[in-house]
Write a protein that binds this ligand. Structure first.
Ligand code: NAP
Ligand code: GDD
Length: 369
């Protein structure tokens, strides 16, 4: 018989990849979708709808992590074998502006799901994966970070996720629920939200390439992250729930790059070489060289300043340096990331170039995009 999975956050980056993975394994995939969101413009939602119309076993339900009774009703009706709690206010920067809302969704939202499992007496039938985060390490106390590295959260987002992390462990120990934390380092893809730095960069570079904008404004170029591919990371989310015992795992590539280096590598995919001048808020990225064989349709001129720093993108408290060691996942789950950093950037740039080219074509022909 097919297994039933329930995904919160199904319309997000990870939700869409996880849906594809679970469908390929024969699951019925149920997802919670917010009615307050305009999904008509969300490519991940449109992808789910396409799969559903094609006859795939996708079932979308309205709901919100702020609504306990709706969550309980849905979990009772679906009777899921596995719940993947991916829903969150996932933007760290935004969490400083909306700390209370972020806490309600990212902390109490997880508690609401665990309470539903407990009150429905589903403790021995429903497994829970929780989307924890490397942001728990924040001002990292050692490098690389492992499952035993002390936490030092640096944002309302991370503090709320720390509450969820311990609640998952507490419900596992107190009520014997099969509940796991995946402590995931940053993972990206062409489906990444456009406010996160990688996608902001690849999208803007594609637009600059076609002459649709002149310059990209960024915040802290020195921040370093361990960036992997979302498609690889959702595989681990599923694997964690297939084990004999529940546990918590760091998931990372073990390779680190700065934001500045991400920009350089993304630009090089377009045949552009960037030179950096100035420091901190006055730092700029200027085009030094254009590879004519790669950049045939490029509207950029040598000497053009395409990167500037805007302090509005600085955070009140920054996480400067994250690097993970996922040896435990390698040993216990047999998991290793498949996509290299270079190929991740390549895929994102190729996607955004293609998208921008289509948008341009529509514009030239007078169609709305
Ligand atoms: P994402 O693309 O931002 O997706 C977030 C999802 O949560 C969206 O489907 C969103 O729905 C939904 N959501 C937001 N508020 C909600 C609410 N009140 N009730 C129900 N659903 C709500 O995030 P992601 O990158 O896929 O990440 C998935 C999870 O992993 C998140 O919990 C994130 O914090 C965590 N995480 C991500 C990373 C990473 O690098 N990507 C690393 C570590 C941990 P709408 O479409 O309606 O907005
Ligand atoms: N978003 C953004 N925009 N970040 C910028 C910018 C900019 O213009 N300029 C520099 N940065 C820096 C941020 O200051 C941060 O240090 C780094 O780029 C990465 O920022 P994001 O891409 O917004 O991701 P994040 O690391 O804060 O959070 C993401 O990863 C976490 C896992 O560590 C999110 O997906 C979280 O939900 C996730 O938990």
């Amino acid at each position: 018989m097919s297994k039933n999975a329930l995904i919160t956050g199904i319309t997000g980056q990870d939700g869409s990849y996880l849906t594809e993975l679970l469908l390929s394994k024969g699951y019925h995939v149920h997802g919670i979708v917010r009615v307050s969101t305009n999904n008509r413009n969300n490519p991940n939602y449109l992808l789910l709808e396409k799969l559903r119309k094609r006859g795939e076993k996708i079932h979308l339900h309205s709901g919100d992590l702020s609504d306990s009774s709706r969550l309980t009703t849905l979990i009772s009706a679906i009777s899921p074998d596995e719940i993947y709690n991916l829903a969150a206010q996932s933007n760290v920067s935004f969490s400083f502006a909306e700390p209370k809302y972020t806490s309600d969704i990212n902390a109490i939202g997880t508690l609401r799901i665990l309470e539903a499992i407990r009150n429905l007496k589903f403790t021995s039938q429903t497994k829970l994966y929780h989307a924890s985060t490397s942001e728990l390490f924040g001002k990292a106390q050692e490098s690389p970070q492992t499952e035993t590295t002390p936490f030092y959260p640096r944002s309302p987002y991370a503090i709320a996720k720390l509450y969820s992390y311990w609640t998952v462990i507490n419900y596992r120990e107190a009520y014997d629920i099969f509940a796991c934390n995946g402590i995931l380092f940053n993972h990206e893809s062409p489906r990444r939200g456009e406010t996160f730095v990688t996608r902001k960069v690849t999208k803007a570079l594609a637009r600059i390439y076609f002459g649709l904008q002149d310059c990209l404004y960024l915040g802290n170029l020195n921040a370093k992250r361990d960036w992997g591919h979302a498609r690889d990371y959702v595989e681990m989310q599923w694997l964690m729930l297939q084990q004999k015992f529940p546990d918590d795992y760091v998931i990372a590539t073990g390779v680190q790059h700065s934001v500045r280096s991400f920009v350089e590598i993304a630009a090089s995919e377009l045949g552009l070489t960037i030179g950096w001048h100035g420091k901190d808020q006055t730092e700029v990225g200027i085009i030094e060289q254009i590879d004519s064989s790669l950049a045939q349709k490029c509207k950029i001129k040598p000497g053009q300043t395409i990167i500037r720093v805007d302090p509005q993108y600085y955070r009140p408290a920054e996480v400067e340096n994250l690097l993970g060691n996922s040896q435990k996942a390698k040993n216990n789950l047999g998991w290793t990331p498949k996509t290299s950093f270079k190929n991740l950037v390549k895929e994102m740039i190729a996607h955004d170039l293609d998208q921008t080219r289509k948008d341009l074509l529509c514009k030239e022909n007078g169609y709305e995009t």
